[in-house]
Ligand binder design. Structure first.
Ligand code: ADP
Ligand code: MG
Length: 223
């Protein structure tokens, strides 16, 4: 299987005052293109830290990460943020939408940030609104939407730049079980029909069954 993310000997240490806290220890893993991975483990075990490293949102203390064969440590800050915007879409537990922007404007934000012309993306926007089933809500603001709808806006925003990789940190952690199921089915469609590689962090085996592989993290190690 073609590899899309490869991590070798990742270590991450946070300094809390004078105390070094080793959060990730000697993690090596590789993710195949088109996989749907669930990272599981106890609270505080380092799942989010690992996810952010794999997506280039944070840097390891030591070790190497290749995204689509590119060693991201050699990129300049500018190159790295371009890589992140184009190759990776992020979805968070609490949606992280901008409250006073409409659904449409929230989804288009990555395009704006990338300095691209918004009008070139109008058919793409319609296609994505259709996938997340929010075509009739595009002029609403987030506070007029349910939690599940807000998370679908966040998923649409993660898709607009057509990244190959979607990272999601406990995307259903704030949703009831029925809504979680809808969101997970949406991720599954995005994985199977659009071929996106998905890495989610989750506490629940229920949501892990939508993916093809579980990576277990405990005390900063993959086991
Ligand atoms: P999880 O997502 O599995 O709950 P995290 O990756 O968020 O775990 O955190 C793992 C550990 O790293 C925790 O002990 C947390 O307090 C610590 N940690 C995470 N981010 C930071 C940070 N920016 N500074 C200091 N410690 C951090
Ligand atoms: Mg976390």
């Amino acid at each position: 299987m073609e590899k899309i993310i490869e991590a070798t000997d990742l270590n991450k240490t946070f300094m809390l005052g004078a105390v070094a806290v080793e959060v990730l220890k000697d993690i090596s893993l590789s993710i195949g293109k088109g996989e749907f991975i669930t990272i599981m483990g106890p609270s505080g075990s380092g799942k989010s830290t690992l996810l952010y490293l794999l997506g280039g949102l944070d840097k390891p203390t030591s070790g190497k990460i290749l995204i689509k064969g590119q060693d991201i440590s050699v990129l300049s800050d500018e190159e790295e943020s371009v890589m992140r915007r184009r190759e990776v879409g992020f979805v968070f537990q609490f949606y992280n939408l901008i409250p006073n922007l409409t659904v449409e404007d929230n989804i288009m934000l990555p395009i704006l940030l990338d300095g691209k012309k918004i009008n070139k993306y109008s058919s793409k926007l319609e296609e994505i609104l259709d996938i997340v089933e929010l075509s009739d809500r595009k002029n609403h603001t987030p506070r007029e939407l349910s939690g599940g709808q807000q998370q679908r806006v966040a998923i649409a925003r993660a898709l607009i730049n057509e990244p190959d990789i979607i990272l999601a940190d406990e995307p259903t952690g704030n949703l009831d079980s029925k809504t979680s199921e809808e969101v997970m089915r949406l991720f599954q469609r995005i994985n199977q029909e659009k071929g996106k590689t998905i890495l989610q962090v989750s506490h629940s085996l229920e949501t892990a069954k939508y993916g093809n592989r579980i990576i277990n993290v405990k005390d900063g190690r993959v086991w």
